[in-house]
Design a protein around this ligand. Structure first.
Ligand SMILES: NC(=O)c1ccc[n+]([C@@H]2O[C@H](COP(=O)([O-])OP(=O)(O)OC[C@H]3O[C@@H](n4cnc5c(N)ncnc54)[C@H](OP(=O)(O)O)[C@@H]3O)[C@@H](O)[C@H]2O)c1
Length: 331
């Protein structure tokens, strides 16, 4: 475990030279994304931050931007509105960023929720949580990789469930459309498991970029309540028992923001970034090299040797082919 003391000491070294100069936060309007932007801005370093999210009450967005700018006037916040559950909108938002920037140093992805209710699809026919947690995130990555490859020490952090992959996902029904295949737990495991082989392939194809698939542990953001039907038995269980339980055991907001800032900046992952004297993280291929890092809420890395060899052998090609089929019209 990397202690909070070590995390804070590392984050205290973030300055104009080591901070991501151009950062894109998709999902920074609440939860872990918002906590991480605040931690980044509080370092006092210069950064241009694209805050990407769906339309929300104007006062809410304005208040957040004003708060960030009062903490650090050197931070430039660019609010970029887009319906990020949709692939066409994701392509449009990426087009805006590509038209303004020649490089991106950090892409931080947190959209989504625990899909504990009925299966619901976007207008594009994709289950909403799967679109937010997997397809649109991969589309952001594919569109922005050319800009990330132009940065000195580029990094992509996707916050979902790195290290929790299972080899038992439904390969014959990746989108869980067949009757009986969709349930909250199945879906969450399916989406996080699809993420890792895809990120590992992209990391292999882009050796200059550091990839992190982060599992945040419990953070009391209200995330488990987002997908529930309030009138169902499960909805009541989440409302009355699970969410209060999470509030009791959760990592504090402040600590979570600092831990994710560390994951965005420390040389512990891949050797570039804020210098790190501790034990270097091992990547998903069990090497002390750049690549994909599966990082948990203690900032420990795991190669998940129980599931990953099987997923590489039996799942990667199917997941990649299917992902390309879904994303091709939006590339
Ligand atoms: N919190 C935890 O304990 C925990 C644990 C394990 C995994 N995770 C996963 O980690 C990721 C980040 O978690 P979090 O707690 O930071 O999440 P969060 O605060 O609940 O939500 C993150 C973002 O998702 C966006 N979002 C949610 N539903 C949307 C929709 N239908 N259309 C467009 N945007 C939508 C939110 O936008 P708005 O601000 O506009 O609502 C927000 O920016 C999530 O995928 C979550 O499932 C969280």
């Amino acid at each position: 475990m990397v202690s909070q003391k070590e995390i804070r000491a590392s984050n205290a070294l973030i300055n104009d030279a080591t901070a991501p100069r151009v950062a894109v936060f998709v999902g920074g309007t609440s939860g872990i994304g918002q906590l991480t932007i605040k931690a980044l801005v509080a370092t006092g370093a210069s950064a241009r931050i694209y805050l990407v999210g769906r339309k929300s009450p104007e006062e809410r967005t304005l208040a957040f931007i004003q708060e960030l700018q009062s903490i650090n006037p050197k931070a430039e916040i660019i609010w970029t509105e887009g319906e990020v559950a949709l692939l066409a909108e994701t392509r449009r938002v990426c087009g805006i960023i590509k038209s303004k920037e020649s490089r991106v140093d950090l892409l931080f992805l947190t959209t989504g929720y625990a899909p504990f209710g009925e299966r619901r699809e976007t207008a594009e026919g994709v289950e909403i949580a799967q679109s937010l947690e997997y397809y649109t995130r991969i589309l952001f990555i594919l569109h922005l990789l050319p800009l990330l490859n132009q940065a000195e020490a580029p990094r992509i952090v996707s916050v979902l469930g790195g290290g929790l992959e299972r080899a038992t996902i439904k390969l014959d029904d990746l989108d869980l459309k067949k009757p009986g295949n969709f349930s909250g737990m199945n879906a969450q495991v399916q989406y996080l498991t699809m993420t890792t082989p895809t990120l590992e392939k992209l990391a292999n194809d882009n050796p200059h970029v550091t990839f992190v698939h982060s599992w945040p542990g419990w953070v009391s953001t209200g995330n488990v309540r987002r997908g529930i039907d309030t009138n169902s038995l499960w909805g009541w269980f989440v409302w009355l028992i699970l969410d209060p339980l999470i509030q009791l055991v959760a990592i504090s907001d402040e600590d979570s923001g600092q831990r994710h800032l560390f994951q965005c900046t420390s040389a512990a992952f891949g050797g570039r970034g804020v210098p790190w004297q501790g034990k270097p993280g091992i990547n998903s291929l069990e090497k002390q090299a750049n690549g994909l890092f599966l990082v948990n809420y203690k900032c420990d890395c795991t190669p998940n040797t129980k599931a990953m060899p099987l997923l590489r052998e039996k799942a990667l090609a199917k997941i990649w082919d299917h992902t390309q089929e879904i994303l091709r019209p939006y590339l």
